[in-house]
Design a binder for this molecule. Structure first.
Ligand code: SF4
Length: 536
């Protein structure tokens, strides 16, 4: 068996290829981006005439990526779709309904959660969404498990005819370890499913839902026996439940716990959901107290605690472990009742704050300068914004935007605010985010002739996640805007550069005075994308 030193994201990409992947689809989002980047690197090394060639494509958004993967599965091929946790919200419709179809080629859904919000707007835990959709979920504790679980997830998906979710978190996605890797399997031949199990009209869906409920009972049974869920003997005084990466933080403190208390706690590690109810019951009935250690929501803890008081259950809900933020070994140490590990503490160093900033010379800075100047003189106005590097326009010295909620919301929120009388309203959105989710809101604005302006910051890339290509080139933006129904006289294309500031301010002012939907496109390439292109 060969070995590689891999990040969690890379391990998942390698495993998918080795398991016979035919098609992978994604939208960039930290911390999941490197999965597709690795797949594209691996795909580029495969000769054109090789039967091992596979597709690895960026898509317009997570929903389109999911549906592409679903189509590949329908064709009988193995498919993977990857995204960050909030991306799963965008893909929820196909995600939930794919739980009801009779999955054909293995379908693996990788979702990277971000506890601690290193690069996200919330901390949501995708294990709950897998449960909601009645889709089994693997939660790896190491890069090796990320590889092994992904590799096996395709078989599991085909065995049970359901999608399988792999839930990872930032720390696992972006840290490295040595991983044993396997040989590459052949890809499935194309073979469409028979029957009507993919047609979710009510009569079929009702039958399929009963089958999904029955499958869920079977998966719960299996969960008690899978190798990923392990119950180990130990002291009855304390039972510890860990899930996924939390196992590492627990293990890091175990020798000290043993030295302090004289024995190990009884321990259940869960790496596969639905819950292994028998294993949990066995631990609960044996131990006097339970401590649940999990990164993300108190998912296991909440179910275990229930409503009726029982044995003491400690975790996030009773404050033993902080409810918010990322888990770490020091937090787990404290939860286990061990003394603080003072030797590792660094104190009395006052570090200078380093808030995130736009790159020096970023075109967004020039766009914000022009926008702010154009808005001078208005007593009341609103600038809604979106998710991308330009979100940093919220901070000084720009302080130019007032909202950031979800992908595409800048345009929808601007529309709503304008419709109820706020004037002028400007939505600021990047080109990639506009294609992702802004476009449909713009159709609403055209349909209702909403008095709002959209400022598309077109830097020809998805800058924030490392300069992945935008789904369509800049040259296609103007025809799309015309096709949406924006009056061509109010599609204004400008160069986002300080040398053009005077002209840009004048044009933005003209559009602010216009009472209808208009779009101003500020064009200049992202500096990071330029650097990347020069290196290639
Ligand atoms: S990566 Fe590109 S878009 Fe982002 S701040 Fe830097 S130059 Fe601007």
């Amino acid at each position: 068996m060969a070995q590689e030193t891999l990040m969690g994201d890379e391990a998942i990409a390698y495993a998918a290829v080795h398991a016979g992947l035919s098609g992978a689809f994604a939208y960039p989002g930290t911390p999941s981006t490197e999965i597709m980047e690795t797949l594209q690197e691996l795909a580029a090394k495969i000769p054109q005439d090789s039967p091992n060639r596979f597709v690895a494509q960026w898509c317009t958004n997570e929903k389109t990526a999911y549906e592409s993967a679903l189509g590949a599965s329908f064709a009988g091929r193995r498919a993977m779709v990857s995204m960050k946790h909030v991306g799963l919200n965008v893909a929820m419709d196909p995600f939930v309904n794919s739980g009801l179809v009779n999955i054909n080629g293995g379908l693996v859904v990788v979702v990277a959660d971000d506890p601690g919000m290193h690069s996200s707007q919330d901390e949501q835990d995708s294990r709950l969404l897998a449960d909601f959709a009645r889709i089994p979920c693997f939660e790896p504790a190491t890069q090796q498990e990320a590889y092994d679980m992904t590799y096996e997830a395709f078989d599991y998906s085909e065995k049970h005819h359901c999608p399988v979710l792999i839930r990872i978190t930032t720390r696992l996605a972006h840290s490295r370890s040595i991983v044993d890797i396997r040989d590459q399997k052949s890809q499935n031949l194309i073979k469409k499913p028979e029957g009507m199990d993919w047609i979710l009209m009510p009569a079929v869906a009702r039958r399929r839902w009963k089958e999904v409920i029955a499958r869920q009972s079977m998966l719960s049974e299996e969960s008690n026996a899978v190798k990923w869920n392990l119950l180990s003997k130990g002291s009855k005084a304390l039972g510890v439940i860990t899930t996924g990466l939390a196992l590492q933080y627990y293990k890091e403190n175990l020798a000290d716990y043993r030295a302090a208390k004289g024995s190990d706690p009884m321990h259940l590690h869960i790496g596969f959901f639905p819950m292994p109810t028998e294993l949990i019951r066995s631990l609960y009935e044996t131990c006097d107290e339970i401590l649940v250690i999990e990164d993300g929501y108190p998912y296991v803890e909440h179910l275990l605690r229930g409503i009726v008081p029982g044995k003491p259950v400690h975790g996030k809900e009773d404050g033993t472990i902080p409810y918010d933020g990322e888990l770490n070994a020091d937090i787990v140490r404290k939860a286990l009742g061990l003394l603080e590990n003072k030797g590792l503490m660094v104190k009395n160093i006052s570090l200078v704050g380093r808030p995130p900033q736009l790159c020096q010379g970023c075109p967004h800075a020039d766009s914000y300068t022009a926008l702010k100047e154009a808005l001078k003189g208005y007593m009341l106005y609103a600038v809604t914004s979106d998710i991308g590097c330009y979100t940093l326009g919220a901070l000084p010295p720009y302080s130019a935007i007032e909202t950031t909620v979800d992908m595409g919301a800048s345009v929808g929120m601007a529309r709503g605010a304008a419709e109820v009388g706020l004037e002028p309203v400007v939505a600021v959105i990047g080109d990639s985010t506009f294609y992702h989710s802004g476009l449909t809101n713009l159709l609403d604005a055209v349909s209702h002739k909403t008095n709002m302006k959209v400022l598309i910051l077109d830097n020809s890339t998805t800058g924030m996640t490392g300069a992945q290509p935008t789904i369509l080139p800049s040259s296609q933006l103007e025809p799309i805007l015309k096709g949406c129904g924006i009056d061509p006289a109010h599609i204004r294309i400008l160069r986002a550069h300080k040398m053009d500031n005077e002209k840009n301010v004048a044009v933005i002012k003209e559009e602010l005075a216009y009472r209808g939907p208009s779009v101003i496109v500020m064009v200049r390439e992202c500096l990071e994308a330029l650097k990347k292109a020069r290196k290639a």
